[in-house]
Design a protein around this ligand. Structure first.
Ligand code: GLP
Length: 256
């Protein structure tokens, strides 16, 4: 795992954009794994700037989202399909017809999840999976105790996740209880992982992910087993790391 500590969340976005663009270099049809949440917004803003500057072109890219709520109409403004279209696809100039989001609004959710896995396989896998981390250590919606071997499937959201996400919903709306999410095994198949996190609220879980034992109680700790996992965090999110000075030293002393 490579850990980069940045001054602030703007720098997190810029460093993460460098990583994403470097990993897509030379790919005719880049395949991006897309995450919702506030954490990657600076990254998407930076990718938009780089695309406008001609550094990268997403017009032919394929996109696969990590997760979706169950029972929410895909046209609902808070569905992850709509969120991804609004916050990623449109600003980056991706083709919406080439962006897939798990389907949480069909009768046969298991069959739809299997089709989603198949579509990712047919695309040749994800070149770069962008990730945030939930306050309980989830990635996608893989809640604590998720199997490290899991594939795209229905999961029940924890109360903590529903509370965290309640801020997006109106008072008279209930936060969905279930979701469809890529599994931890699915995420681990991506060729590169770029995780971004910022702010003091993430400090404890970021330390558990990077320095804690690999445990299903912190699903994101599975990143310790990935060969190409880049974790880009700001100073506030790095506050609980024992090895913060080491990570700064490594970043400042790259071999020629
Ligand atoms: C949601 C998403 C995750 C995301 C997490 C953190 O639950 N399913 O993919 O990483 O929230 O969100 P934020 O970045 O807003 O803290």
């Amino acid at each position: 795992m490579e850990v980069v500590i940045c001054q602030d969340e703007e720098q997190v976005g810029a460093v993460a954009a460098d990583r994403v663009i470097a990993q897509l270099h030379g790919r005719q049809t880049p395949v991006l794994g897309l995450a919702t949440g506030s954490s990657p917004l600076n990254l998407y803003a930076e990718l938009k700037r780089r695309a406008a500057a001609g550094d990268v072109d997403f017009a032919h890219a394929l996109g696969f989202a990590l997760d979706e709520y169950v029972g929410l109409d895909p046209k609902h403004p808070l569905s992850y399909r709509e969120t991804i279209l609004r916050t990623v696809v449109e600003p980056l100039g991706m083709n919406p017809d080439r962006v897939m989001v798990p389907n949480g609004f069909v009768a046969d959710l298991a069959a739809a999840a299997e089709e989603y896995e198949e579509a990712m396989r047919e695309a040749g896998g994800i070149d770069v999976q962008i990730l945030g981390i939930g306050s309980n250590g989830h990635i996608g919606f893989n809640e604590p105790t998720s199997s490290f071997a899991s594939r795209t499937r229905v999961k029940t959201l924890t109360q903590q996740t529903r509370d965290d996400n309640a801020r997006f919903f109106a008072e008279d709306e209930t936060v969905p209880t279930h979701c469809v999410t890529q599994g931890l095994g699915t995420i681990m198949d991506a060729h590169n992982l770029v995780m971004v996190a910022s702010g003091p609220a993430k400090a404890e879980i970021v330390a558990a992910m990077i320095e804690g034992p690999v445990s299903a109680m912190c699903p994101a700790s599975i990143l310790q087993f990935h060969r190409r996992a880049f974790v880009i965090i700001d100073e506030a999110a790095a506050a609980n790391l024992q090895y913060a000075d080491y990570f700064r030293h490594v970043a400042a002393n790259q071999p020629a």
